[in-house]
Design a protein around this ligand. Structure first.
Ligand SMILES: C[C@](O)(CO)[C@H](O)COP(=O)(O)OP(=O)(O)OC[C@H]1O[C@@H](n2ccc(N)nc2=O)[C@H](O)[C@@H]1O
Ligand SMILES: Nc1ncnc2c1ncn2[C@@H]1O[C@H](COP(=O)(O)OP(=O)(O)OP(=O)(O)O)[C@@H](O)[C@H]1O
Length: 297
């Protein structure tokens, strides 16, 4: 028997980052939006834990027990006193090390797939606890839609969204390490007072109204200067998207994927074409959001 779970990528429409905490993490006001780029995780009963992966970026995905999907299966099995005897296959469409929570999606997907396959019957709260143990972005991958993440991003408040937002994503030629981007944020902020991260009221209103122009006026990412410092060529991609008429251009999370907000699907097509022609990125994809979180298919 097999269970397949589909899990979306995310874009951070606001990422406010506080000062480094004693544990090395940063407090965030992290407004997540789930968008229609998906990985699928299939769990099948097997003699022992095994991970396989297919897709254009599959070569960059670890297949050992450091894979977030394997870690999710191991944590769930440990809680329920059973073996993690499962084959996890990841059909990968979310860019790897792209700032779109690809690994987190696979962690949440594997957790829900194993829970269903094994008939564990874990509560939503238990699953969210395991997600938070796996990584700061993983709870959102389970929940999807739109949410405000506080703490290190794992404490979620779901948000109302009044309509679909249309995005274009430009994938970069190489990845960026999330810890390296946070370290660069710390380095750039040395000697400066870093304010407490707070969600923008205007931004939450724009989401609630489904108003793309208002959202474009309020999107922000405190990690963008750090991502640009480590990957200066991203400035060319951002400029190409702006020149093509994007309402807003920003780095997605810790990058290096860049995100461009369009007024509608037709304008998104135009921006995608211009970005492809600009030669400033490896690949271009369109996706709208919000979309549901991890779902058994
Ligand atoms: C940049 C974002 O993607 C925005 O959504 C997330 O904050 C990162 O989430 P993630 O990849 O799930 O990150 P984790 O696996 O929890 O942490 C990886 C590393 O990122 C840094 N990190 C992460 C989250 C956070 N609030 N503060 C941090 O400083 C830490 O160095 C940590 O060791
Ligand atoms: N299932 C997985 N898929 C991809 N990478 C994984 C997975 N499990 C572990 N990793 C490791 O995690 C690293 C970061 O990959 P990931 O695709 O999650 O980055 P990201 O999308 O930038 O994350 P985030 O947006 O949550 O910060 C990879 O370089 C890889 O070594």
């Amino acid at each position: 028997m097999s269970v397949t779970v589909r899990v979306p990528a995310k874009v951070n429409v606001q990422l406010a980052v506080g000062a480094a905490r004693p544990d090395g993490y940063h407090d965030l006001a992290n407004v997540f939006l789930a968008v229609g780029l998906h990985d699928e995780v299939t769990a099948t009963a097997a003699d022992e834990l095994r991970v396989t992966c297919a897709g254009p970026d599959a070569g960059q995905v670890p297949l050992d027990r450091t894979n977030l999907a394997a870690r999710a299966a191991l944590l769930l099995a440990e809680r329920y006193g059973r073996d993690a005897d499962v084959h996890l296959h990841i059909a990968k469409d979310i860019p790897v090390a792209g700032g779109m929570a690809g690994g987190s999606a696979d962690g949440a997907g594997a957790l829900l797939a194993c829970d269903t396959l094994w008939g564990t019957g874990a509560s939503r709260e238990e699953l969210l606890d395991i997600c938070a143990e796996l990584g700061s972005d993983v709870p959102f991958s389970l929940v999807g839609g739109a949410a405000l993440g506080t703490g290190r991003g794992e404490r979620l408040t779901e948000l109302e969204v009044g309509g679909a937002f249309h995005w274009v994503f430009a994938m970069a030629a190489r990845g960026l390490s999330t810890p390296a981007v946070f370290r660069e944020f710390d380095r750039l902020g040395q000697g400066r007072r870093i304010p407490e991260p707070v969600a923008s009221r205007e931004l939450l209103d724009a989401l609630a109204k489904g108003d793309a122009d208002a959202l474009a006026a309020t999107v922000s990412n405190d990690l963008q200067p750090a991502a640009l410092s480590l990957f200066p060529e991203l400035a060319d991609t951002l400029a190409a998207g702006r020149a093509a008429g994007a309402l807003a251009s920003l780095v997605s999370g810790s990058g290096p994927t860049t995100a461009f907000l369009a007024r509608d699907a037709e304008e998104a097509e135009g921006i995608a074409g211009a970005l492809r022609a600009s030669g400033t990125c490896r690949d271009v994809r369109m996706a709208s959001g919000p979309v549901p979180g991890a779902t058994v298919v």
